[in-house]
Design a protein around this ligand. Structure first.
Ligand code: G3I
Length: 383
């Protein structure tokens, strides 16, 4: 597959753009282009970005709820400096999902999403779009509405065209379809509103609509527990081959990489990504974190931190070993803002930095472990 020009995020100036309200005809223009992004290769030494160089985009989820006053990248100096200086790619942890974007049927509220895109552009970073078609974090008006099939299809099409179109040329990769299979490889035909009401064909349509809205973005399937070769990743491998044969514009497959030291490391990670690369796809690791058991809120032991670092090192090595794996993103970089403790009580400390932003062994494992360097390519990432 022809390597696509990686686009830098166009700069925007000014603060967050007010929400876009459909129906009344009032709409704010998409953010205008502003200052060019930082020149490539100017990452400070002693950062992940500097170590990653042009080999791979090293990214992080940008933590944020749904109200700017609670988003650390807008509030906290250390968080801002690290988010903007250590990484070359950002993903909105929540800001670009249906629930915060779509308070009601007629409204698109881009306040937080624009704010994140402004932050990325100001730091010369690309962004990953997350996510367009998912069974989770959909607003109640959508999940509980009584829409006909054609209304529902029109709602999804309008969403994709509006959201993807707004950031056209500024999103490196979109997670178009997120988590559409169960662990056994069966389709989430009941949980996923879109598939339940419209059938699996809606997934192909979503990719076509996204391609038309932003021909430059790489369009991905994304899921968890597809790090290794298993019934779930097999299901994607089979589906994607069928879609490609039908001319559906699928560009990539990514595994989220939510790991736990309670379980073994997925040793066939590189092999699994490689088989998607062999289909001509790009791959990525999109939400890497390694949680650990912390009974009664205990601090991690040295042994736990060492095991965590080993998992991060092996994941980084796998990403670098697979041609076309252009992006490795951690799902948050500090234990101060991690989804893990709320979701997995008794587990935590899953990220690269502790709650006081101190680097853990895992940070150095991602940055500088012995790694199989791919031969540099003339078209290697330049920024
Ligand atoms: O910000 C609101 C707050 O205003 C409100 O009062 C509160 C009421 O519950 O909710 C807050 O929103 C929370 C949001 O995170 C922002 O903090 C939601 O409750 C909470 O459910 C939501 O959790 C997110 C989760 O996805 C939802 O499924 C996590 O932050 C986020 O890290 C997690 O990310 C997912 C990826 O999108 C897909 N892959 C798995 C990954 C982990 O679940």
């Amino acid at each position: 597959m022809k390597r696509r020009e990686i686009l830098t995020a166009a700069m925007t100036t000014g603060g967050a753009i007010a929400g876009l309200t459909l129906g009344t005809g009032t709409a704010t223009a998409a953010p205008a282009a502003g200052r060019p992004p930082a020149a490539p290769g100017l990452a400070k030494k002693d950062t992940l970005a500097f170590a990653a160089g042009s080999e791979i985009r090293i990214g992080t989820a940008l933590s944020g709820a749904w109200a700017p006053e609670t988003s650390p990248y807008l509030q906290e100096g250390p968080y801002r400096d690290i988010a903007g200086g250590e990484f070359t790619s950002l993903t909105a942890e929540n800001h670009m999902k249906w629930q915060p974007l779509r308070p009601d049927r007629d409204t698109f509220d881009f306040t937080e999403a624009d704010s994140m895109m402004d932050f990325a552009a100001a730091n010369g970073q690309v962004a990953r779009g997350h996510t367009l078609l998912w069974h989770s974090q959909n607003p109640d008006w959508l999940e509980e509405g009584s829409f006909s099939a054609e209304e529902l299809r029109a709602i999804l099409r309008e969403h994709i065209e509006t959201v993807v179109g707004r950031y056209a040329g500024r999103i490196h990769q979109w997670d178009v379809a997120n988590e559409i299979f169960h662990e056994d490889g069966a389709l989430r035909a009941q949980e996923n509103l879109w598939i339940r009401e419209l059938g699996i064909g809606i997934v192909a349509e979503a990719f076509h609509w996204a391609r038309a809205a932003d021909p430059q973005a790489q369009l991905f399937f994304n899921d968890y527990n597809v790090d290794g070769i298993n019934p779930k990743s097999d299901a994607y491998h089979a589906l994607i081959q069928d879609l490609l044969a039908d001319g559906v514009p699928v560009d990539g497959f990514s595994t989220q990489g939510h790991l736990s030291t309670r379980y073994g490391f997925p040793g066939d990670l590189a092999e699994n990504l490689q088989r998607f690369a062999d289909l001509g796809l790009r791959t990525a690791i999109t939400e890497l974190d390694v949680r650990m058991d912390l009974p009664d809120g205990a601090a991690p032991t040295e042994e736990q931190l060492a095991q965590q670092a080993e998992y991060y090192r092996r994941a980084t090595e796998a990403a670098l070993a697979v041609e076309g794996c252009e992006s490795l993103t951690v799902w948050g970089f500090t234990d101060a803002y991690s989804w893990v403790p709320d979701t997995f009580p008794g587990e935590g400390a899953a990220t690269l930095l502790d709650e006081e932003y101190r680097r853990k062994p895992a940070y150095y494992a991602v940055r500088g472990g012995e790694r199989p360097r791919r031969p540099s390519r003339p078209d290697a990432l330049t920024h």
